[in-house]
Design a protein around this ligand. Sequence first.
Ligand code: SF4
Ligand code: SF4
Length: 178
Amino acid sequence: MSTTGMPSLIWIYRNYQNCSGCRRCEIACSLSHEGKIWPEASRIRVFMLVPGIEVPHLCAQCHDYPCVDTCPVKALSVNKETGAVIVDREKCIACGRCIDACPGKVPYIHPRDNYAVICDLCNGDPKCVKACNEGGWNALQIVRRFGGYNFKLYAKTPEVITRELAKRFYGEEIAEEI
Ligand code: SF4
Ligand code: SF4
């Protein structure tokens, strides 16, 4: 599906270099969505696959939403105001097709209940961004989603992002060992 013509969408810009690995974003997200501190159920997950490289990982709201298109029971839709993927928990059968379709393997199955978990942008007021900014890291920032940019470029696995950052931080030789 395409988002052409959708009004005022937001996007969470991620500046990986600024991420301290504090995981306040995971705490804020799980508190908001689950009512308790539960990083395993957070819609944003921070991966530290290599020392010194922290990767906040979350939905990139791809312009063509391959996850939405692939769902066999139409459990996924796009919020027209924010551009977020919305999961209908009642419809989802936890088949994992959306995970396979996502170039970043962003969705995952909720650790307790049988449905796919994807960032819903907190209905336009993302709590992870607030927590990150309050901590002074600004690794996450809300930006306006502008046309002509391929946000799907950010839909990469933590492994791929880590390798790219390692190349930048530590050089090609070290990155190749990862
Ligand atoms: S896990 Fe749920 S949302 Fe994902 S494709 Fe399967 S039914 Fe659809
Ligand atoms: S990043 Fe993954 S979950 Fe998000 S819109 Fe793209 S395919 Fe769907």
